[in-house]
Write a protein that binds this ligand. Sequence first.
Ligand SMILES: C[S@@+](CC[C@H](N)C(=O)[O-])C[C@H]1O[C@@H](n2cnc3c(N)ncnc32)[C@H](O)[C@@H]1O
Length: 181
Amino acid sequence: MAQQNWEKSYKNKEIPWRNFSPNLSKILNKANIFSGVALDLGSGTGEFSKWLSDQGFKVEGIDFSEEAINIAKEICPLCNFSNWNLENLENYHFKYKKYDIILDSKVIAFIEDKEKYLNVIHFKLKGAFVIQSFLYHKEKPLIAVNEEKLEKLLKEKFNILDKEVISLINKIWVEYILVSK
Ligand SMILES: C[S@@+](CC[C@H](N)C(=O)[O-])C[C@H]1O[C@@H](n2cnc3c(N)ncnc32)[C@H](O)[C@@H]1O
């Protein structure tokens, strides 16, 4: 989806994916990571960043929607948000050398060169990479990823520590916890 369409969604407050009370406790417990530095890719309005920051993580968020970043900065003043296109993640000036947690919540479906994107994530990761994505969405099929293809790509670089598939009416959702070693 083009950058201006995301901007339009945020301006018009058409943000159905927004989760006002995220909680990654179960995931952090499984990954056994409770502190350090976190990177929130496609951070949107910053609720996940804020949650991680409240747990004591130093958080960096990246998104290419100025509108979303402005909201995120209000939600989490302690977080560090940058406007950047994730298609060029390899040229981004990261604030930290390595990250204990890297999160992709509903973003990878929109990344064209997923392999390049995952290579950078792998390089910057020292802990766990958490990915949440739709596998099926009745109303919006374009926001879903193909499970087989995604898993094949992920397994080339990461070990899958845990995977949970959640089925709701008209939606199938998957959550992976991946470690780099
Ligand atoms: C479905 S929203 C998810 C937002 C947030 N992660 C969440 O779970 O609430 C996808 C986000 O990814 C951002 N995004 C999509 N493609 C991007 C790209 N190429 N570069 C940077 N951000 C991107 C959008 O601006 C949007 O904020």
